[in-house]
Write a protein of this length. Structure first.
Length: 217
């Protein structure tokens, strides 16, 4: 964290904001949890008087993403861990960089953009990616199971791609579109299932987790 960012965080702390529940990214403040951050409109006005060029973003969708990430990684990282996040400006990588920035204050973790032998790798795979993989395994006649790689965490495992796309499109953050081509057959199957099964991606994920936990090989 550079000196300017330290001063911004110090100012927010002095105003009574719990900075464990905000993210500071590219001189922009994102509120991860309105209630726990205690970042009231009155405090925002005082902050804007001191830093008129720094915007504060309040978004229910962004907070929803933060809640899902928090529940996912609370048992996956420890204080002082070093985590590596790819800095390529895709929508998912940007969300990861913003959401996990607050964990520098929550757990004292270090975020690196160049991996080292000590780094825990942060995967950008989201819920939709996992669902597509399961459908691919099924269509290929393979066993449907989770394959988590060692020393990798998956913060977006319960976050929908649509949430990420909708949120980032509501901001002025410049980002690039992923060049990974979707499998048309898998996309059509998931679209069909979505019409008949509410929250189909989450249901598929829960089913695979249950099968893995109760599998008898």
């Amino acid at each position: 964290m550079n000196e300017k960012d330290r001063q911004i965080i110090k100012t927010l702390n002095n105003l009574g904001v719990d900075t464990r529940y905000i993210s500071l990214y590219n001189e922009h403040v994102y509120i991860n949890n309105s209630k726990f951050s205690k970042f009231s409109r009155k405090k925002e006005e005082k902050f804007n008087c001191l830093y008129p060029n720094i915007s504060v973003t309040r978004s229910m969708l962004f907070q929803k993403i933060c809640v899902k990430v928090s529940r996912t990684i609370k048992n996956q990282i420890k204080p002082k861990d070093e985590i590596y996040i790819d800095n390529t400006p895709t929508a998912k990588n940007i969300v990861l960089n913003i959401v996990l920035e607050s964990y520098k204050r929550k757990y004292g973790i270090k975020i690196a953009h160049t991996p080292t032998k000590h780094s825990i790798i942060v995967s950008s795979k989201c819920l939709d990616d996992f669902s597509s993989e399961y459908i691919h395994l099924m269509l290929s006649g393979n066993k449907i199971t989770d394959t988590y790689e060692e020393n990798i965490i998956y913060p977006l495992i319960h976050v929908h791609q649509d949430w990420i796309d909708d949120w980032i499109s509501s901001t002025d953050i410049k980002h690039i579109t992923s060049n990974v081509e979707e499998d048309t057959k898998i996309k059509e199957m998931l679209t069909f299932l979505e019409k008949h099964i509410p929250n189909v991606n989450e249901s598929i994920k829960q089913s695979v987790t249950y099968l893995d936990e109760n599998r008898i090989d």
